[in-house]
Design a protein around this ligand. Structure first.
Ligand code: GCU
Length: 443
């Protein structure tokens, strides 16, 4: 299991406020798709939807080390700057992952079926579990995998982390039903709504496998969810009080996804070196952090991830840290919530999370009318992170693309027609992106 060393993190956190900062230079004119809309109130908090009121963004510098040295080579990035940035992000935003330096847990992989013909002969279905256990309890995560039936060898796959249990996410009567969390209670999975359901056929036809996981099985998504999730394996349940740098749900979901990736990589039907991760919205935030912290994810696709995801927190546009801290204080480390009143003072921002994924392929997708997630702020974070991909001789983004037109390059950006959630332009863009960097050998 991948682990970050807690002791090291504490030492470096002290440098947080000394982190070098730089303006992004003149921001490009917002593209035509970045349309203003009337400002509003969400609870007690105002929401700005006017680009002209955002002001100048000053972002922590990526290619200058904490000691002021210029980072000019891939090696200097990997050895020096990337670990500094990881520490800043862990300490100030996501928190130290559960289990780090703490109680040992055992991890078991169980299979209820392997490679059974499914989806009218298009796929082979494998159903399995990852069980994480200690003397405090256990957490069982179901993994549903479809690999292309026509594959002649291990397939590249996309791991999709979903809001709904597997049983409602695919039209297939053979899927094991697990419980779902609805309003803080468990109900039989079939009673759950299928949120952001995907058509798997285009992936399978193009030679990619798809794995599905329900985030509620890693940890339920509410304030006291830690008592019913992965965190309870590492800390006694119901006594959960978080240190300022302790993980919330996002880092916990990310940790669970990493465990799922390890399990998938151990399967002969899967090419363990070509596992991409896909998530939407809060699960887009999660996919970014999982990809950032687990270098064995080969690629990341994040859709409408917004605040705490790909959108720059320094831009007061749409959702801000204050809104997240008010509604979902359990998602990030407590220290991040405290930045709500002054995001400009944060030692971290979204471009740093994106840059952690470099030089691996990353596709950032926004929704045109998803103003709450600040699509233009997502684009600007990708633009700010681009120099890190360039350091490796890879391509990033420069000018904002037209609607529904994905930029090419290892760091790619798409803004789709429509709002929050998957859009019609996504799947073709994702498949082209995968073909460029994870090409299936079985087409
Ligand atoms: C809310 C939340 C967002 C989040 C979204 C989602 O809108 O404010 O930060 O991304 O839910 O997960 O759908």
């Amino acid at each position: 299991m991948r682990r970050v060393v807690a002791g090291l993190l504490l030492g470096l956190a002290a440098c947080a406020s000394d982190a070098p900062v730089a303006t992004m230079g003149p921001a490009p004119m917002p593209p035509a798709w970045a349309k203003d809309q009337p400002d509003e109130m969400r609870g007690d908090l105002p929401v700005n939807y006017t680009q002209a009121k955002v002001g100048v963004a000053v972002a922590p510098e990526l290619l200058v080390s904490a000691s002021g040295g210029k980072i000019a080579s891939p090696d200097a990035w990997t050895r020096e700057r990337r670990p500094e940035i990881e520490t800043l992000l862990v300490e100030n935003q996501y928190g130290v992952a559960p289990g780090t330096g703490g109680r040992e847990a055992s991890i078991e992989h169980g299979y209820s079926e392997r490679g059974i013909p499914a989806l009218n002969g298009l796929a082979l279905r494998t159903q399995s579990t990852v069980t994480v256990a200690s003397e405090l309890g256990e957490q069982v995560i179901d993994v549903l995998l479809y690999t292309p039936a026509k594959a002649t060898g291990p397939s590249p796959i996309v791991l999709m982390v979903n809001f709904s249990p597997n049983v409602v996410m695919v039209d297939d009567t053979g899927i094991r039903e697990t419980d779902a969390w609805v309003n803080g209670q468990t109900v039989p999975g079939r009673q759950a709504r299928a949120i952001a359901k995907q058509d798997l056929k285009p992936y399978l036809e193009r030679g990619y496998g798809v794995a599905l996981v329900y985030y509620g099985q890693i940890e339920p998504d509410f304030g006291t969810g830690a008592s019913d999730g992965l965190r309870k394996v590492f800390k006694p349940a119901n006594t959960y009080e978080r240190a300022p740098n302790e993980a919330g749900a996002i880092a916990t979901w990310a940790e669970g996804l990493s465990l799922v990736r390890e399990q998938l990589a151990a399967n002969d039907l899967v090419d363990g070196k070509r596992i991409a991760l896909y998530g939407v919205s809060r699960l887009g935030k999660t996919a970014l952090w999982a990809g950032a912290t687990d270098p064995d994810f080969a690629a990341v696709i994040t859709v409408c991830s917004g605040e705490g995801g790909a959108a720059l927190s320094r831009r007061t546009y749409g959702e801000t840290i204050a809104h997240v801290a008010a509604s979902f204080p359990y998602w990030f480390a407590p220290r991040w919530n405290e930045l709500a009143t002054n995001p400009a003072a944060s030692p971290v921002d979204a471009h740093m999370t994106l840059a952690m994924i470099a030089p691996r392929p990353l596709l950032v997708i926004s929704g045109e009318t998803d103003a709450w997630a600040d699509p233009y702020g997502e684009f600007l974070a990708a633009r700010l992170a681009t120099p890190v991909w360039r350091l490796f001789g890879k391509q990033g983004v420069d000018a904002a693309p037209e609607l529904d037109t994905v930029t090419g390059g290892e760091l790619s950006y798409l803004v789709h027609t429509g709002g929050h959630g998957p859009g019609p332009a996504d799947t073709p863009a994702i498949l082209d992106f995968l073909d460029r960097y994870m090409a299936a050998d079985s087409r």
